[in-house]
Write a protein that binds this ligand. Structure first.
Ligand SMILES: Nc1ncnc2c1ncn2[C@@H]1O[C@H](COP(=O)(O)OP(=O)(O)OP(=O)(O)O)[C@@H](O)[C@H]1O
Ligand SMILES: [Mg+2]
Length: 239
C-alpha cells in the first residue's frame, strides 16, 4: 500500500496483495464480466467476509435474481449465514412493493438513489452493490445515457459508500461498459472465461484499474474450493 487510504479487504486469498492492499473505501468499482463468471458470488463473498471480520453492513440491490435464489447460491459457496442484519439483499419484488408511489413518475436511477440514501441513513450501510447496470438500463427510459450515468455515479459517490456496479459483458465483446462507466469508475475488475487447451476453461480475474493503488495488471485465475475464494497464477491450477 502506498497511501494511507482506508481499505476494504476482499478476503479472496491472494487478491488483496495483487490489488496493492485491497479496495480503497469509498471507491466505485465496476465488476464487469461475461455470464456465469461468479460476479454475484464474488461481491457477496466480500460483503459476507467483511461482516464476519468487522461487522460491516452491506446492501445488495439485485435487479434480476431474487433474494431466495441469491441466498441459495451463496449457501453453496460457503456463505450459509448470509443474514440480513449484515448483508441486506433488496430484490425487485421488494423494490416494487415499496414503490407504487414512485414508479411511473420517476426514473429508476432516481428511485435507486433515493432508496439507497434512505437505507444508508437508517441502517448505516458501508458497502453497496447494484446487480446489474444492464438490468437498470432495461428498466429505465434513458435519453442521454452518458450524462445520466455521470449524474447517477456522482450521486452514489456522494453517499460515501464503497460501491460495486456489476456489468454484464456479452461473450466476445471487448467493451467493458456501455456508457462510459469504465472511465467514470475508480476501479475495474474484469472477469472472463478463457479456454485453456481444447477442453479446459479457466475463470480469470484482472484488475484493469484501481485508482490510488499500485496494483498488478496481470490476469489471475479465480477459484472457489467449496469454502472460500482464492486466486492463483494462470498457468497453475492450484494455489
Ligand atoms: N466452486 C466453484 N468453482 C467454479 N465455479 C463455480 C463454483 N460454484 C459455482 N460455480 C459457478 O459459478 C456460476 C454462478 O456464479 P454467479 O451467479 O455468481 O455468476 P454471475 O457472473 O453472477 O452469473 P450471471 O451472469 O448469471 O449473473 C455458475 O456458473 C456456477 O456453475
Ligand atoms: Mg449474477
Amino acid at each position: 500500500m502506498e497511501l494511507e487510504v482506508p481499505i476494504l479487504q476482499t478476503y479472496v486469498d491472494g487478491l488483496d496483495r495483487v490489488l496493492g492492499g485491497g479496495i480503497p473505501k469509498g471507491s466505485t468499482v465496476l465488476v464487469a464480466g461475461t455470464p456465469g463468471t461468479m460476479k454475484t458470488s464474488l461481491i457477496l463473498w466480500m460483503m459476507h467476509e467483511n461482516a464476519r471480520a468487522h461487522g460491516t453492513k452491506s446492501l445488495y440491490v439485485s435487479l434480476e435474481q431474487d433474494m431466495d435464489s441469491l441466498k441459495a447460491g451463496a449457501a453453496r459457496m460457503g456463505m450459509g449465514n448470509l443474514h440480513e442484519s449484515s448483508v441486506y439483499i433488496l430484490d425487485m419484488g421488494q423494490l416494487r412493493r415499496g414503490l407504487h408511489r414512485a414508479e411511473g413518475t420517476k426514473d429508476w436511477f432516481t428511485i435507486i438513489i433515493e432508496i439507497v440514501k434512505e437505507a444508508v441513513n437508517s441502517s448505516g450501510y458501508q458497502v453497496l452493490a447494484i446487480d446489474s447496470l444492464e438490468a437498470l438500463y432495461a428498466l429505465s427510459d434513458l435519453k442521454t445515457h452518458r450524462r445520466e450515468m455521470f449524474h447517477f455515479l456522482g450521486s452514489l459517490k456522494e453517499l460515501g459508500l464503497t460501491t460495486f456496479l456489476i456489468a454484464e459483458t456479452p461473450f466476445g465483446s471487448t467493451r467493458l461498459a456501455q456508457w462510459g462507466e469504465d472511465f467514470l469508475a475508480d476501479g475495474i475488475l474484469n472477469l472472463r472465461q478463457v479456454e485453456v487447451g481444447e477442453t479446459e476453461v479457466q475463470l480469470r480475474l484482472r484488475c484493469v484499474k484501481m485508482r490510488w493503488m499500485n496494483h498488478d495488471h496481470n490476469a489471475l485465475a479465480l477459484h472457489h474450493d467449496g469454502e472460500k475464494f482464492f486466486v492463483s497464477h494462470v498457468i497453475s491450477k492450484k494455489k
